[in-house]
Design a protein around this ligand. Sequence first.
Ligand code: ASP
Ligand code: CP
Length: 416
Amino acid sequence: MLDPAAHVIEKCGGPDAVAEMVGIHVSNVHRWTYPRARGGSDGRIPTRHHRALIAAAARRGITLTPDDFFHMSGADDGKGLSSPAPATYSPLPMPQDADPTRFRHRHILGIDGLTPDEIAYLLDRADGFVALSRGPRKRADLLRGRTVMNLFFEDSTRTRTSFELAGKRLGGDVINMSVATSSIQKGESLIDTALTLNAMHPDVLIVRHPHSGAVELLSQKVTCAVINGGDGSHEHPTQALLDALTIRRRKGRIGGLIVAICGDVAHSRVARSNIHLLTAMGARVRVVGPPTVVPRAIARMGVEVFHDMREGLRDCDIVMMLRLQLERMQGTYVPSLRENFHFYGLDYDKLANAKPDALIMHPGPINRGVEIDTAVADDVERSLITEQVEMGVAVRMACLEAVTANLPSADARNRS
Ligand code: ASP
Ligand code: CP
C-alpha cells in the first residue's frame, strides 16, 4: 500500500535521491511519510516541492506527473489511472493530538525558561499549521469560544497581523485594541488598562510594550494567558520561534549550525530571544557588529563575538541581519548610516565568506541600504525573509493553541 509520498519516493530512487533533487535534508523527506501525529504530512508531499521534483526527475530520465502526487494505492487497476478523487485535494486535516502535558506554561513571556523539548513541541505543532495555512480552507476549530486581544503599545506590522490571522484561523474571536485611540491617551496606566481588559474575560492577551519587563508585570495582574509580542530590548519569543521553524524546515535541523546574528544586538529583543533559543537547541551562535552595539560582555550568553563582519560570517550557515533600533538609542552608536553599511551591511561581497549555501534572514522591517543590500534581501534563492513571515502565522497558531490548552475549557468557563 503506497501513499503518494512513498510512491513518488520509490519512483525517484529513494529518500536520499529525493532529498538531493529538492535540495532539502533527507529527514524532511522521511517526514512526508509519517502520520501528522509524528510531525509528518500524512503521506502527502508539500505542494511547493511538486514542480521542482517533476523537473529534477525529468533531468534524471524519470517521468513524474502531477497525478503522481495524488497517487492512490490501487487507483491504477490496469485500465489507466483514474482521475484523482477530489478528497485527495482537500487540505490536510488538523491533528487533534495536541499534547498539553508537553507545554505547561500559562504565559509565553520569553524563550529563556523554555526547555528544548517545549521549544521542539511548539515547532512541531507549528509545522502542522503551515500545512493548514497553505490549504484552501485555512480553518481549524481549536480556539472556538476563545477570545484573543492584541494590545500593542509599539508599532507592528508582522506580529500583530499574524497573531490576528492565527487566532482567526483557529476559530477564535480576535480583537485589536488601538492604543492610539484608547484611554491610555487620557492618562490610564498600563496596569489599569490591563485590568480593564481582563474584566472582559479574554483568554489570551498579546502584548507589545517599549519597556523591558512590562509584559511580565502585566501578566502578574491578569487571569488570562499572556504572550509577549516584544518587550523593549528584552525578548520577542515568537520571533525566535518562527526563525527556528524557518531554519529547521530549510536545513532539516538547528543543532550544529553556525548562525551569525549581525547588527544592533545590544538593542535587539530578537537577538536575545534567538540567542536563548539557538544555543538551547545546540546551534553555535556568533554576534557580529561594531563594539558600540555588540559589546564583548554579551559573550556571557554563550556566543562568540566578532567586530569584523567578514570573520564573523566565515563558514556560517545562517546570516541573520538586524535593523539599527534607532528608537531605542540615546546618543550616537554608529558614525553614519553609510559607514555602517560599508562595514556591517550585508552585500554579496561579505556574504561570500559564509558557506555557499548559507541562507539570509531578517526579522523585518528591513532598512534597505542600511543593514542589507536590496539585491541580497530580494535573492529568492537565499533570502528567507518572506518565508519567515509565513512561518510567523503558524508559530503564533501553535503558541495560541499551547497556552489555551492549559486554560479551563471555553465551555466550562462560559457556564461558570
Ligand atoms: N520587528 C522586530 C521587533 O519588533 C525587529 C525590529 O523592529 O527591528 O523587535
Ligand atoms: N519582526 C517583527 O516583529 O515585525 P513587526 O515589528 O512588524 O511586528
